[in-house]
Design a protein around this ligand. Structure first.
Ligand code: SF4
Length: 375
């Protein structure tokens, strides 16, 4: 059986009522036996700490569990609670975040910790509404914290859950339009304990679906034989599981081009800090041109920093490429070496190359510097 929004309106979704009521219990039973041990998860039966849930959920946005693990441990060791993080400097947070990408998350993380500390005395609000009012917490993260840390009967729907649900119910509507429908269907998989009951396992239902999506109902070759819901899965019955979720054709962003200038003075590198607002805001970078569609090399080179002592820029062979969420970028790298006493232009500074690892350098800049310093 496959479903569209109209079909769901005509008839409440489920292959059979018996299956529909059995699903939440089947999921929880499977979770109790196969749950992943993750650094932010408490032991079975223990209440989750809202700070850990929040920190992990922010880090996991657009980043995989394997990458997030060590960052989560590092953050927790340095800032064991929201109080400590709220008192940290933004620079320190950005430095610790370097390499995780999507740096607006780090700025929001810090702003959120400050807000929880100042407005709520260091305790996260326990409603979705209250959570959503905080910086960087959208509907998904609010639902995740509300369900996992506070036991509210709400389902946070991430990419893994979207995939499981769209297959289980064979949702024909493509993403992103199908999101409200998938949200409604996902909610039917929650633990049936009444909202507000301290025994609610809504958070475990959500985490069960997340685990199922990441370990069994994978994008390619789902292991349906091991799935606790396999008797009841519409896509499996059709035999075309991998074709779900349906997706609308994606428009790729246009290629942007620019230049980056790797300038050394002995063992030091010339850097500056990007504006607080916008892409990679507040991060460290080498001087560079704007990044524009169809910008030619000559126009990009004209934006080189004004430095005395440079007779000519040396263009490195090849280009550095990087893909951001909305566009791919191609940078030509120019290098120059300045004499020992050369001064940094206003707004720039010299940093020892040996301490670059401590700078809040985004991945694209790490690539540029590696390319520029490569002999
Ligand atoms: S039966 Fe297969 S396709 Fe269906 S939910 Fe389970 S793993 Fe996914």
């Amino acid at each position: 059986m496959s479903l569209s929004g109209a079909a769901v309106r005509r008839k409440k979704v489920s292959p059979s009522d018996r299956d529909a009521t059995a699903r939440p219990a089947l999921l929880l039973d499977w979770y109790d036996r196969h749950r992943r041990a993750l650094p932010w998860r408490p032991l079975p039966g223990e209440r989750a700490d809202p700070y850990r849930v929040w920190l992990s959920e922010i880090m996991l946005q657009q980043t995989g569990v394997k990458t997030v693990g060590p960052y989560f441990e590092k953050f927790l060791a340095r800032w064991p609670d929201v109080d400590a993080l709220g008192r940290a400097s933004l620079d320190d947070v950005l430095r610790m975040w370097a390499g995780l990408g999507y740096y607006s998350r780090a700025r929001n993380l810090h702003a959120c910790a400050v807000a929880v500390l100042r407005e709520y005395g260091g305790a996260f609000p326990d409603t979705e509404e209250g959570l959503r009012a905080l910086p960087g917490i959208g509907p998904y993260t609010a639902a995740a914290i509300a369900a996992i840390a506070f036991g509210h009967r709400t389902m946070p729907v991430d990419g893994n859950i979207e995939r499981v649900v769209s297959r289980l119910f064979a949702v024909e509507e493509p993403l992103p339009q199908a999101k409200p429908l998938i949200q409604r269907l996902a909610t039917t998989l929650l633990d049936t304990t009444r909202a507000g009951n301290a025994k609610s396992r809504a958070g475990d239902s959500a985490q069960a679906l997340m685990d199922l999506g990441s370990s069994i109902c994978t994008p390619k070759k789902p292991a349906c034989a091991l799935c606790p819901l396999n008797d009841d899965c519409a896509a499996r019955a059709r035999g075309d599981q991998e074709t779900y979720p349906r997706k609308a054709a994606k428009k790729a962003g246009a290629l942007r081009r620019g230049a980056a200038f790797v300038v050394t003075r002995g063992d030091e590198l010339l850097v500056r800090t990007r504006h607080e607002k916008g892409l990679l805001g507040g991060m460290t970078e080498v001087p560079g041109s704007s990044w524009l569609d169809a910008q030619d090399d000559e126009a990009a080179l004209k934006q080189a920093p004004m430095l005395t002592g440079i007779a000519r820029w040396h263009r490195k062979a090849g280009v550095v490429t990087h893909v951001f969420t909305h566009f791919p970028l191609q940078l030509v790298v120019y290098t120059a070496n300045l004499p020992a006493r050369a001064r940094a232009p206003e707004g720039m500074r010299w940093v020892p190359i040996s301490t670059l690892k401590d700078e809040a350098l985004p991945n694209v800049m790490r690539k540029v510097i590696a390319h520029g310093l490569d002999k």
